[in-house]
Design a protein around this ligand. Structure first.
Ligand code: SER
Length: 316
């Protein structure tokens, strides 16, 4: 990993990944790209290119121009948005991935792309969900993610492309809000707790899903990409998680800091159905054994950090 191209660099993961990679590998060695521009660190802090990932030709041009050796492909439509626009989701999520893998094959790049807990479905074991298990998702996002996992494995086996990836749980962060996901409630709740002291959750109480704090997610990407390939039995789609939580647990944790905080429940049928089709708690033992995955944050430490970081952003 010497010169890294990140797609979707203005998204929830991309915007913070850029900052981390630039501090570790040098600002000029991390090329940010996105379909739009913005006045943010990703654009102003180093090389930036406008890139629609469905445009394979432009992607190849950027790879050649910067002599890229690694691609981190983050551009994607999340689960709820994909359910609203399934055809667009297929075109963007699969078309973009195919272009990324082709660029990786042609230019011999190391390649990372995230899969998700969304790659599981209602037939998957709900708890302690194994690394290798039934994957029959019922959402377009899930169909994209399973196809992507298989495609990445295929490009490794067939063409020797050094593909690597994880199945991320819901990611919680204070920099760039997610958009169009099912797990977004666990981010929104912190903003609303500080702004109005109450939050109406579109996910019902008792609905468990895996989550992870963004710094742990970014570290996982770097650790997996730097891992000794000899030890990687799976390469792609490693289960990773830091906590299995439901809305009432988040509310209770926030109340420790803001005692008057109130959580109201008004489940949204579409996102609730998606959440119900996903596991409650996945097993990350393969990631731990094969490349030493470890999350530092639990719900309590994440909540303390989220509220203190957001307090400065929201009040400034
Ligand atoms: N956070 C994502 C979503 O909710 C899951 O990968 O869509």
């Amino acid at each position: 990993m010497k010169r890294i191209l990140v797609t979707g660099a203005l998204g929830q993961i991309g915007s913070e990944l850029i900052t981390k990679l630039r501090s570790e590998y040098g600002a000029d060695n991390v090329i940010a790209s996105d379909i739009r521009t913005a006045d943010t660190e990703a654009v102003t802090g180093g090389p930036f290119e406008i890139l629609d990932v469905t445009d394979g030709e432009k992607m190849n041009e950027i790879v050649s121009k910067y002599k890229v050796d690694t691609m981190m492909h983050m551009a994607a439509l999340l689960s709820a948005k994909a359910e609203q626009f399934p055809q667009m989701a297929w075109n963007l999520n699969m078309g973009g991935l195919m272009n990324g893998l082709e660029a990786a094959r042609e230019h011999k790049l190391q390649f990372f792309t995230p899969s998700s807990i969304g790659a599981f479905g209602p037939d998957t074991p709900k708890t302690n969900t194994p690394q290798d298990t039934v994957q029959r998702p019922t959402t377009m996002y899930g169909v994209n993610k399973v196809s992507g996992e298989l495609l990445c494995d295929y490009y490794f086996k067939r063409f020797g492309v050094d593909t690597r990836g994880v199945r991320f749980p819901g990611l919680i962060s204070y920099v760039t809000p997610p958009g169009g996901g099912t797990t977004d409630y666990a981010v929104e709740v912190y903003y609303e707790a500080l702004k109005s002291g109450r939050y109406t959750s579109y996910i019902d109480k008792g609905t468990f899903m895996d989550m992870m704090y963004m710094p742990d997610a970014l570290q996982a990407i770097v650790d997996l990409m730097e891992a000794d390939p000899v030890k990687l039995e799976h390469r792609n789609a490693f289960n990773v998680t830091a906590m299995s939580i439901e809305p009432e647990m988040v509310a209770a944790e926030i109340k420790k800091h803001i005692p008057s905080f109130e959580m109201i429940y008004k489940p949204d049928p579409v996102r609730q159905a998606i959440a119900d089709s996903w596991p409650d708690a996945i097993d990350a033992s393969a990631a731990k054994a094969e490349w030493g995955f470890k999350a530092q944050h639990d719900l309590a430490s994440m909540t303390t950090d989220m509220l203190s970081k957001l307090k400065t952003t929201i009040t400034n």
